[in-house]
Design a protein around this ligand. Structure first.
Ligand SMILES: [Zn+2]
Length: 140
């Protein structure tokens, strides 16, 4: 369970980073092309042609065209969303929930998996909780 949770958390963080890169790339694209688009009679075809002609950088002969930025942005955004959905699924995939009983205060609580040593949520004692089959609500 712990490993699943960590995987879920890091996937969630990664999905946010991917979405952020994607959004920034697309905003950058619009920001780069906006001056030409606003002065053009046909913004859409101007945008499409700009994608292939506008160069953001020229690194030792390699031309980084605007279209690459758009593709990168799309890929990042899509994989970010997919990762986000996956991380949500991992979140709702906990182990078996069971009722535990504290040997000190006799109170019960519901938790996941079989725990060897936990802090009782009621009396804060470090206990070896007794797993109980009682599925009824927590007695007060
Ligand atoms: Zn207790």
């Amino acid at each position: 369970m712990k490993r699943t949770l960590r995987k879920q958390k890091s996937a969630y963080a990664l999905s946010l980073i991917f979405c952020l890169i994607g959004i920034v790339s697309l905003i950058l694209t619009i920001w780069k092309t906006y001056p030409q688009l606003s002065s053009s009679g046909d913004p859409f075809s101007t945008f499409l042609s700009l994608l292939w002609t506008e160069k953001l950088a020229n690194i030792s002969g390699f031309e980084f065209k605007l279209i690459y930025l758009v593709i990168l942005g799309d890929v990042m955004l899509v994989s970010g969303v997919i990762l986000w959905i996956l991380s949500r699924q991992w979140l709702v995939l906990p182990g078996e929930t069971a009722w535990f009983q504290c040997p000190f205060c006799k109170k019960k609580w519901r938790s996941i998996g079989d725990k060897a040593l936990v802090h009782c949520p009621h009396c804060r004692q470090l206990v070896h909780p007794k797993m109980t089959e009682n599925k009824r609500a927590v007695s007060t």
